[in-house]
Design a protein around this ligand. Structure first.
Ligand code: FCB
Length: 409
């Protein structure tokens, strides 16, 4: 079997709002305050101050990459007002990663935006493209030495959230639904939330694709980084009779976004589980004792399926796995899941897919968009003292990295 090359990235991923804490000027901070049923991010993991410790744990374990985001709401607290101090903060993060031997993979937008941008109309507002472009112009000044830049994290999920927010505004939805939490409780103890999220409005997706293309040009002009965006890949399959519907659902939920990646230097693939589509659409995941804390099926094979699908739809754009992981309180299951997922990844590499790296979601147990209960981390965090406790899965993944992708049985 073909082995990953020594420059293959082995790492873990995070997002600013989920770990930094006190992201006061962001739209999410405001939403958390307003939405019934939503837990608040608060101090999160205090990684805004403790990022060096987080990175050192990853590097010491044997990993060579770290994906993190920079927060627009901090960098541009008011329209046109760029904070040099915040840019310097993120530059220090990049330097720290480089000094520790971690390739920094930097996300420019991971769902959250400045509150003023949301108030101006957000992604569907008239000024969206210009506003993002001017933020990216400021941000590209600190990206020297960064090998990979993702403009947007999961634009398909983002478009879905904008679609959901509209439904809430229109009074069609009473309660917040987390984009990542289908129905909580390991073993599929649901809380009664609908298990199928609405399809994102394709108009919003096309808009994000335009914004992405504009941002991509700036990143290419002003940095040496490979640039792309990351797509939430559903690894959808057809139930009997669902063959045609699968094509339609998959187009609005992900293929539109994979197609928009055709001109990119890489595409971020983010896969967790699979889901079936029948003649009526997405089939809710049946309750099962193996289901994860977020109600998804235990399907580590989703990763290989998603990589292959991305390769097909993009027509051969290099793949970087920017997220893959499992919400579980049982770290042994995390290792078992990840081992199988990596096996699937190695098979796709063997088939000839250009896979550049694997970044596990997540480095830390973090704030999961309205919920603290799901634990995806390789490292546990005490929410009062902020003490970090690496789990056995961190050492395990670090060993796999050190062995260049040789998996134990
Ligand atoms: C993805 C998000 C990420 C995290 C994981 C579990 O959809 O990009 O922030 O919430 O799911």
């Amino acid at each position: 079997m073909r082995r990953p090359t020594p420059d293959f990235l082995w790492g873990a991923a995070t997002a600013p709002h989920q770990i930094e804490g006190n992201n006061l000027n962001s739209d999410w901070w405001a939403t958390e305050r307003l939405m019934p049923g939503m837990e608040r991010s608060g101090d999160a993991c205090d990684s805004y101050h403790r990022y060096a410790e987080d990175m050192r744990l990853l590097a010491d374990a044997g990993l060579n990459a770290y994906r993190f985001g920079i927060e627009w709401a901090r960098i541009e607290p008011d329209p046109g007002h760029v904070s040099r101090a915040e840019l310097a903060h993120y530059r220090r993060m990049i330097d720290t990663a480089l000094q520790l031997g971690l390739a920094p993979v930097v996300t420019l937008n991971h769902f959250t935006v400045p509150r003023w941008f949301a108030e101006e109309g957000g992604w569907t507002g008239e000024k969206a493209l210009d506003r993002f472009v001017s933020y990216v112009q400021a941000a590209t000044g600190i990206l020297d030495g960064v090998p990979y830049v993702a403009t947007f994290n999961e634009p398909n999920m983002l478009a879905m959230m904008v679609t959901l927010a509209r439904a809430v505004e229109a009074g069609e939805l009473a309660e917040w639904q987390s984009p990542t939490v289908e129905s909580e409780g390991e073993g599929g103890q649901g809380t009664g939330r609908p298990a199928v999220l609405p399809a994102p409005d394709p108009e919003i997706g096309r808009r994000l694709a335009d914004v992405h293309a504009a941002a991509r040009s700036i990143v290419r002009e002003r940095t040496d980084a490979a640039v792309g965006w990351t797509v939430a890949a559903g690894a959808y399959t057809a139930a009997p009779g669902g063959e045609q519907k699968l094509i339609e659902e998959r187009y609005v939920r992900e293929d539109l976004y994979f197609e928009a990646a055709r001109g990119d230097d890489f595409v971020g693939v983010q896969a967790y589980s699979t889901q079936e589509v029948d003649a009526n659409g997405l089939v809710p995941t049946p309750q099962h004792p193996d289901n994860t804390q977020v109600g998804t099926a235990f399907r580590p094979d989703a990763l290989g399926m998603a990589i292959r699908h991305s390769w097909e739809v993009t027509g051969g754009v290099p793949v970087l796995v920017t997220e893959n992981g499992i919400a579980t309180a049982d770290d042994t299951r995390r290792i078992a899941y990840t081992r199988e997922a990596l096996r699937g990844l190695l098979v796709t590499a063997d088939e000839g897919v250009d896979v550049r790296g694997y970044l596990h979601w997540s480095a830390l147990d973090n704030y999961e968009w309205g919920h603290w209960e799901p634990t995806f981390g390789l490292i546990a965090v005490d929410r009062e003292t902020f003490e970090r406790k690496p789990k056995p899965s961190l050492a395990w993944l670090g060993d796999v990295a050190r062995r260049g992708g040789v998996l134990d049985s």
